[in-house]
Design a protein around this ligand. Structure first.
Ligand SMILES: [Zn+2]
Ligand SMILES: [Zn+2]
Length: 345
């Protein structure tokens, strides 16, 4: 029997996104095959295509922000039904290392990724079908649209960052960057009880969107005086800064905003090494905390936000493109980081 084939996006090399034919996956033991409905193009994908991702290098089969319907169950899978709508949790942890045993499965020491894997072992969901361990799927509640479901993965990272930031109730928060991740950080921080939230960005349209979804005020991030404007808007030195840009400029602004013993949460993916003011970190007892992906608990919390109507898919999805148009869709996603480009079969 020859395996059936399907259409799939392939990041073949730097600047080369293709739609190819490859074998349709079959479910291994404890795995499920899902017919993809939507798969989002992530900033990590556009960075990898541009050759600017520190960890992900082409070639690879992309697609880690995905939703679809179950179409095949592997041996040993129980609790799932054919046709059921699911969200992919693409990070696969070992369950056994020191971090997994402590519940920090996102920091698993042998973490692998469906859709972000140059080894070819875990091809992604930007294809007609994808396979995943049943343990990496979460059910989509009835009230959540397919497009919102495709954005849940994206919301899970900010939900995680806010959760590990510690006490949010009443805190002064600045979110640097108003792209999708910055917007979702505002949404997550609001829901976690932040006292006052200021979003900064260069783009007035992104700032206006932040105000519609939970920011109390905004500040223009351009040039000298940006940190002073943000500090005035938030009402004084800041408890927690979420840096969703992670450039040298945004990092510098973050340190100007923090209070003594404040926390810098590094949410954006830095393109390379950045200079940090170590004397300042020492003397003010500042915390610099990395934030990477999420646990199942964070994805569940993101689903709950979506189920409560708190995930504004209509304002985030900027385009829906077909698998055949992936190359143009990736270029479109790279040009505009305020919206999300979704791929559908
Ligand atoms: Zn992503
Ligand atoms: Zn582990």
């Amino acid at each position: 029997m020859t395996a059936a084939s399907m259409r799939s996006v392939h990041v073949a090399g730097i600047g080369r996104v293709e739609t190819v034919s490859r074998p349709r996956p079959a479910p291994g033991p404890d795995e499920v095959v899902v017919a993809m409905t939507y798969a989002g193009i992530c900033g990590s994908d556009t960075h990898a295509v541009a050759g600017r991702h520190p960890l992900l290098t082409p070639p690879y089969f992309p697609g880690h922000e995905a939703t679809g319907r179950i179409c095949e169950l592997g041996a040993g899978v129980s609790g799932w039904e054919l046709g059921q709508r699911v969200i992919l949790k693409p990070n696969v942890s070992c369950g056994d290392c020191v971090n997994c045993r402590a519940g920090r499965t996102n920091a698993c020491q042998t973490l692998s990724w469906i859709g972000c894997d140059s080894s070819g072992r875990r091809p992604g969901a930007m294809a007609e079908f994808f396979a995943a361990p049943a343990a990496n799927l979460l059910a989509v509640p009835d009230g959540v649209s397919d497009q919102a479901a495709a954005l849940v993965e994206c919301l899970s990272t900010p939900v995680h960052a806010v959760r590990i930031a510690g006490e949010m109730a009443g805190s002064r928060v600045v979110v640097i960057g108003g792209g999708t991740i910055g917007l979702f950080t505002v949404i997550a921080a609001r829901r976690a009880g932040a006292g006052r939230i200021v979003m900064t960005d260069l783009d007035p349209a992104k700032l206006a969107r932040g105000l519609r979804h939970g920011a109390d005020a905004t500040a223009d991030a351009a040039g000298p005086g940006a940190a002073e404007r943000a500090r005035a808007a938030v009402g004084g030195p800041c408890d927690i800064v979420f840096d969703c840009v992670a450039s040298q400029g945004s990092t510098g602004q973050a340190f100007e905003l923090l209070r003594h013993a404040g926390k810098l949460m590094v949410v954006g993916v830095p393109a390379g090494p950045l200079e940090l003011p170590m004397p300042w970190i020492q003397d003010w007892e500042l915390t610099v905390q990395g934030c990477a992906n999420y646990t199942a608990e964070d994805v569940e919390a993101a689903i709950a936000i979506a189920a409560g109507g708190g995930l504004p898919a209509g304002e985030v999805v900027s385009a829906v493109r077909r698998l055949e148009d992936a190359s143009a869709a990736f270029a479109e996603a790279a040009r505009n980081n305020s919206g999300k480009v979704l791929i559908q079969p």
